[in-house]
Write a protein that binds this ligand. Sequence first.
Ligand code: SF4
Ligand code: SF4
Length: 56
Amino acid sequence: MIINRDLCDICGSCVAVCPADAIEISEFKVTILDEVCINCLKCIQVCPIKAIKEGN
Ligand code: SF4
Ligand code: SF4
């Protein structure tokens, strides 16, 4: 998964929905750990501003 950090406002919705705990959030950025991600695509579906897309 790729996060467009110019769009992401760190709302945390993707972190809350991820079943694999593959998304880390800090005050400044969100990071998806590709080695943990199970490609369920829930983060893409839940992001209100479409800041996440497939790929790595
Ligand atoms: S695709 Fe699924 S497992 Fe991967 S980061 Fe998004 S919500 Fe988590
Ligand atoms: S759901 Fe979208 S806007 Fe919210 S933290 Fe995740 S990537 Fe950023």
